[in-house]
Ligand binder design. Structure first.
Ligand SMILES: NC(=O)c1ccc[n+]([C@@H]2O[C@H](COP(=O)([O-])OP(=O)(O)OC[C@H]3O[C@@H](n4cnc5c(N)ncnc54)[C@H](OP(=O)(O)O)[C@@H]3O)[C@@H](O)[C@H]2O)c1
Length: 334
């Protein structure tokens, strides 16, 4: 049995979902892969709980759910006031998981890689702005830097592009990468105005209180930028041309439907080019997704056209991508 030490940063929706999977499937990972994962630290914005012998995940989940912050846990564990940089440098871990929403996390990703630690993340901005530095550092040190869950949650589009199709030249990717906009556009097809559909999405918890990241196309733009980086080489979000769905009229959406077409927020990625904008797609296209699904159509010189469709959000679904990367990293470093 190989023991692998894990530092978990971020204990919100995804962080807790990841902890639950690590807890519930511990035996499966031991039996199937011969790996014993030990979480030695868990961090939220209130502090870092650190125990080299391994943290009781059931207890840490209970504390976060009861008190809302890890710093409330003072009975059995020390809570440290480390910055993430200090934590990745001082805590002895093999894998750093970043499931925070810290936009500046690229700095401590880099610090972790420099320490020879593998990094697994679902956090998009570090990759959308600093892909070249991060992947360059990981390659230089020969440590895994894995980010499956940044695009299409656990649906393994990154894995396909990074680990398969290695002899293919990717020509073009078209994808629907944001489920909130799909929900709003579907509701507009059914007769709601944009504002009504957005309000409904917010009341159901599908859209955030500040919905601009989704509605203005920024989230899809980050994801499309990451797809470009993997398929064609580094680019940053600043070079992406992004238009959201905020200007779209109910008439246009309904009229498209009457012609057996549907409007979706589509990302088009080609060498040197990232475009995200509302586009009409045919109802029989793989891109005519509904609900929380995402889809990508990858065109290559050898394989031709490959479509992949699956969950693009959701907690279990995102944890699937994160934990898969954790196992990959563990198998590589153990
Ligand atoms: N939800 C999804 O379906 C989904 C899908 C794919 C990717 N993602 C990405 O996954 C990440 C997490 O999403 P989420 O839904 O879990 O967000 P969330 O519920 O808002 O949780 C974010 C967590 O990060 C913590 N945090 C922020 N900055 C930190 C820092 N510097 N050090 C330590 N902890 C820090 C927060 O602490 P507090 O608890 O103290 O606020 C919180 O626990 C985001 O980057 C998101 O874009 C989410």
């Amino acid at each position: 049995m190989r023991g692998v030490k894990v530092s978990l940063f971020g204990f919100g929706n995804v962080g807790k979902a990841v902890a639950r999977v690590l807890l519930e499937k511990e035996r499966f990972f031991r039996e199937r892969y011969g790996i014993a994962l030990k979480v030695v630290s868990v961090a939220d914005t209130s502090g870092v709980v650190w125990l080299p012998e391994g943290i009781d995940l059931q207890e840490v989940l209970l504390v976060k759910e009861t008190f809302g912050k890890l710093s409330a846990w003072t009975n059995d564990y020390e809570v440290y006031n480390f910055t993430p940089e200090e934590a990745v440098e001082d805590i002895d871990a093999d894998i750093v998981i970043d499931v925070t929403n810290d936009r500046n996390a690229w700095g401590w990703h880099l610090a972790a890689l420099r320490e020879g630690k593998a990094v697994v993340t679902s956090n998009k901005p570090p990759l959308a702005f600093h892909y070249a530095e991060l992947v360059g550092e990981a390659e230089k040190r020969d440590v895994p830097y894995l980010f499956e869950a940044t695009v299409m949650a656990g649906t393994p589009v990154i894995g396909i592009l990074r680990e398969n199709l290695l002899g293919d030249t990717v020509r073009r990717i078209e994808a629907v990468l944001n489920a909130t906009t799909t929900f709003i556009l579907s509701r507009m097809e059914q007769g709601r105005t944009f504002e009504e559909a957005l309000k409904e999405a917010q009341s159901l918890g599908i859209a955030e209180r500040d919905p601009s990241g989704d509605v203005l196309g920024i989230d899809a733009g980050y994801k499309a930028t990451i797809l470009h980086c993997v398929a064609f080489g580094p680019i940053t979000f600043r070079e992406a041309m992004v238009k959201g769905i905020d200007g779209i009229s109910q008439e246009k959406v309904k009229e498209a439907r009457s012609r057996d077409r549907t409007v979706r927020l589509v990302a088009v990625v080609e060498k040197g080019k990232v475009i995200v904008e509302p586009r009409e797609v045919s109802l029989d296209s793989p891109l005519a997704v509904e609900s929380h699904e995402n889809a990508a159509v990858i065109k290559t010189d050898l394989l031709g056209e490959l479509a992949i469709k699956g969950a693009g959000a959701g907690l279990k679904e995102t944890a699937s991508g994160v934990v898969s990367d954790v196992i990959k990293a563990a198998l590589r470093i153990a």
